[in-house]
Design a protein around this ligand. Sequence first.
Ligand code: ATP
Length: 547
Amino acid sequence: MVSSCLSSLEHGVTGMKHTYHCLSFPNRNLKDISILCNYGHLQKLEVPQNEIKDLSCVSHMPLLVILDASRNQISDFFGFQPPQNLKEVNLSHNQMKKMKDLSAFCCLRKLDLDNGFSEICGLKHCCMLTHLNLAHNKISRISGLDTLPLTHLFLSGNQLKAIEGLETLKSLQVLDLSSNRITSLSGLQTLRLLCRINLEENLISDVQECKHIRDHYLLRELKLRGNPVQVVQPDYRLEVVFLLQHLTLLDEDTVTVEEKVSSVNKYDPPMELAAARDHMTHLVYQMMQPQVLYDSTLICAASPYPMLVLTGPQGCGKRELTHRLCQDLGEYFAYGTCHTTRGPYYGEEEGVDYHFISEEEFQHMIHMGKFIQTIQYGGHMYGLSRDAIEDVAREGLACCVHMELEGVLSLKKSCFEPRYILLIPTQVESYISRLSSRGLYTPAQMKAAVSRIELYAATNRQHPGFFDCVIPTNDLEEAYQKLRRVMNEYLKIKQQEETEKNNSTSPNNTPSGAHLSTQLLTHVFFYSLNQGWASRAVSKQDFLSYR
Ligand SMILES: Nc1ncnc2c1ncn2[C@@H]1O[C@H](COP(=O)(O)OP(=O)(O)OP(=O)(O)O)[C@@H](O)[C@H]1O
C-alpha cells in the first residue's frame, strides 16, 4: 500500500527518493510503512489515521524533525532510534499504556501524547519541551514537569482533583485543564505569564477562586463554562469580570467595556457613586412611608439646621473630640448618636456612643426610611438617623456627629448643610501607636485605617472647600484646643460671655432669655458660615422663624 502510495507520489517528481523531505499519507489504511527505511532524508513524516503498529523505520531517518503518527495502533512508546533533531512528535490516540524515559529525545519541543497514561514520567531531560499535550489520559496527579520550560500545557479530560505540581512552570502561557474534577484554582498563583486558561467542565463552585489568578495581568482568556459556579452564583459573569479586570474573553464571549464598568460599579463603586446610591436609597424609602409631618425643627427655607461634623480616619480621635466638645459647649451642641451593627467595645454605653442594634434591625430601619445616611465600614453598618438629629434639634441645639468620608459624601447630598471639620493625623507613627494602644484593631484593620489618611488628604487637596477646617490630630490635647479656638471664633463666645455679664444686672434677663440668646448665637455661627464666614447679626425674629 505504502509502495503504491509512494510510487504514485514519485510519479512526476524529479529526483531520487532520498531527495524527499516531506511525506504525508493521512487516512490511507496504511499498516506497514517499513519501506520508508529507504527515505533517509525525510524531515517531516505525516501518517495520521492509519493502522500502523510499528514505527521502527523512523530509526533510518536521522534528519527527521516532525513526526505525526497520531490515530494509529502503535503500542511501543517511541520504539525507534532517536533522530538527532526530532522536535515535534504527535503520537496521540494510539495504544500506548505507559510513558517511558525520553532522555534521548532531548530536542523535543512539542509532544502530543493523548493516550491512556495514568502517570507522567520520563520527560525530565526534555529540556527544550515547550508544548505538551497529555489530554485524555487517566492522570490524577501532575508530577515530573517541574524542570520543563513549558509554555503550553494541555491536560484536559484527565482525573485531576487539584492543581499541583505546576508552581515552577513560570513560563506557562496556555493551560488547558478542562474536563477534570478540579475544585480550586489554588496552585496557579505563581504562573504570572498565563494568558489563556481553560477550566471548563470542572467542579469549581466559588467565584472567589478567581482571586488566585487576580494578579495575572497577562490573562486574557478564561473558560469556566460547565462549572457549578455558573449555576450557584447568578451574577457569575459580572463577578468574574470584576475580579479579573484584564480579561478580554470569558467563556468565549468578548468582555465588553460596559460589563467592566458595571462590575466595578457593582462590587467596588467609587465613593461618589456609593454616596449617591446611599442617598437615593434613603430618600426613596423615606418617600415610601406614609406621609409624616415632621415638626419644623429641621426645615427652614431661609437657613439650614446647624450641624457640625467631625471627620477623619478611624481612631484619629474624632469621637473623643466630639464628646468633649459637646460636653464643654453643652449649651450649643449635643452629640448625635448614630446606629451601628457592631457590638459595643468595653466601656461603651448604649445610646451614648451608639445605638447598638442587630443587622436585621438596621435593615428594618433602612426600609422604614429612618436614615439620612449609612455606610458599611469594617464589615459593620453605621447610620445617622433623622430621629437622632431631631432629638438634638428639639433641645434647641446644634447636632454634632463624627463620621467617615463616605458618610460625609452622602450627607452632602442631603438637605442638611453641616460644617465639616477634618481631623487628620500627619505623623503616621504616632497614629499607628495610638491605634495599637487602643488594643481593638487587627494589623489589617490598622493598615486599612492608615491607608485612608491619604484618601482624606487627597480629598482636601483636590476639592478646596470640601472641609471647612482642617486640624492635625497628632496630639489630641492640642487638636482639641485648636478645635475650641475655631469654635470660640465661630460662635463669638467671648463676646457672648461679656454680653451675658453686662446683662446679668438687667431685670429682664430671664433664664429662658439666656438660653434663647445661646441658640441665637449658634444660629449666628452657622448662618455666618453659610455667608462665607462673615460675621452677621441675626434678629430675634430671624431666629424664631428658623425655630
Ligand atoms: N453614621 C456614620 N456614617 C459614617 N461614618 C460613621 C458613622 N458612624 C460612625 N462612623 C465612623 O465609622 C468608623 C468606625 O466607627 P467605630 O466607632 O467602630 O470606630 P472606632 O474604632 O471607635 O474609631 P473612632 O474613634 O474613629 O470612632 C469611625 O471612623 C466612625 O467615625
